[in-house]
Design a binder for this molecule. Structure first.
Ligand code: HEC
Length: 106
């Protein structure tokens, strides 16, 4: 009886465990933010960096960031790297990331 129960119990625990994990956002950078945002801050610094070639996006309007990302993704606007990067995100992810950047101090 004990032996018969154990695999079922283990499976139930595993299922519960993975359900809990799925609800948690993946680990992110020190600033937190939605999934993917930490990949942006690697290039788009959250603090002002003198002479940076890369435009700052923290504190920008969310709609503007969304527009940029969609245009880059479709190829409508030329870019060196953003076209490739934007293709990795769907509309919901872009919305979440844009809202988060908009809420960051300029
Ligand atoms: C590899 C470095 C790099 C990463 C990572 C990166 N960007 Fe960019 N981003 C750039 C560069 C460089 C530009 C200027 C356009 C170009 O040449 O692609 C830019 C431009 C932009 C712009 C337009 C801002 C303006 O005023 O022109 C937005 C918005 C933007 N990125 C958002 C993001 C978001 C959101 C992410 C994360 C999903 C991200 N970027 C990740 C390098 C990066």
């Amino acid at each position: 009886m004990y032996r018969g129960l154990l695999p079922g119990l283990a499976a139930a625990l595993l299922l519960a465990g993975s359900a809990t994990r799925a609800a948690e956002p993946p680990p992110n950078g020190p600033l937190g933010g939605p999934p993917g945002a930490s990949s942006c801050t690697g290039c788009h610094a959250s603090q002002k960096i003198a002479n940076s070639e890369i435009p700052r996006i923290a504190g920008r309007k969310a709609e503007d960031i969304v527009t940029f990302m969609r245009q880059y993704r479709s190829g409508a606007w030329p870019s060196s790297v953003m076209g490739r990067i934007a293709k990795g995100f769907d509309d919901q992810q872009i919305d979440a990331i844009a809202a988060w950047f908009a809420a960051q101090p300029e």
